[in-house]
Design a binder for this molecule. Structure first.
Ligand code: SAM
Length: 230
């Protein structure tokens, strides 16, 4: 076997945020830095008690399952563009039995395509996401084992890698219009060199935003406040 083949894909599990999760070649191998996103989400949930949690690009489901291992949220949605990833996430929830609705969706589009809304208006809503953010085929800046991970989980598009986030931001207005959340916050992971591009793009939307760091003090997460409680 290729010596760069990740051992996580042969033993089929990883440890993340104090728990074991199943992984296979259809999902990204969870990264340690993503635990900082989970920690911030847990802190946010304890302080703000959201009613709705939505994870976009759930992969193996580690983000919502980790958050729900320590806080309770009435309704959680875990979305991914591939059914294979959804299967892995559902499998990981079999052991935990959390109340999560798993849906195949291109970003938030499932929330618009259904005739009836998927949840009621006027809810405190938290979106969490670790979307692909690497520039298409930027292999020279990537470690050898990433070649075995799904390209859909790695590459965000070709110019900056940030394009999927832009696409998500462009869906937010329709989401707010349809669901009229009482509050809406996004916590999201990005590349360690993407603060400038994120800032440039976020300024256009007029939302309040800030960045936070992982445990190595590398700024790689966005906190975006879209609707604030009055
Ligand atoms: C970087 S991985 C993150 C996986 C997992 N959340 C984690 O942190 O380990 C990105 C995930 O987003 C999914 N994805 C890619 N494009 C998407 C899209 N347009 N809509 C929804 N999910 C998408 C991929 O299939 C992949 O599972």
């Amino acid at each position: 076997m290729d010596s760069s083949f990740p051992p996580e894909y042969t033993r089929w599990w990883v440890e993340f945020y104090y728990q074991k999760f199943q992984v296979n070649e259809h999902v990204l191998i969870p990264r340690l830095e993503t635990e900082s996103l989970v920690r911030e989400a847990v802190k946010y949930c304890r302080a703000n008690l959201p009613d709705i949690l939505i994870d976009i690009g759930t992969g193996s489901g580690i983000i919502p399952l980790s958050i729900l291992s320590v806080v309770e949220i009435s309704q959680t949605f875990a979305l991914d563009i591939t059914s294979e990833a959804i299967k892995v996430a559902e499998w990981n929830n079999k052991n935990q039995g959390k109340n999560i609705t798993f849906l195949e969706s291109d970003l938030l589009s499932i929330f618009f395509s259904e005739n009836t809304p998927l949840f009621e208006k006027d809810k405190h809503t938290l979106l969490v996401t670790n979307l692909p953010y690497i520039k298409q085929d930027d292999w020279e800046n990537m470690s050898a084992d990433t070649v075995h991970e799904p390209k859909l989980a790695l590459f965000g598009w070709e110019n900056t890698g940030f394009e999927l986030y832009e696409k998500l931001f462009n869906q937010i207005e329709s989401f707010v219009e349809k669901y009229q959340p009482k509050t809406l916050t996004i916590l999201a992971e990005m590349g360690d060199n993407q603060t400038d591009i994120a800032q440039e793009i976020l300024k256009k939307y007029g939302w309040k935003f800030s960045f936070f760091s992982d445990l190595r003090w590398i700024e790689r997460f966005m906190k975006i406040t879209i609707v604030q409680d009055l």
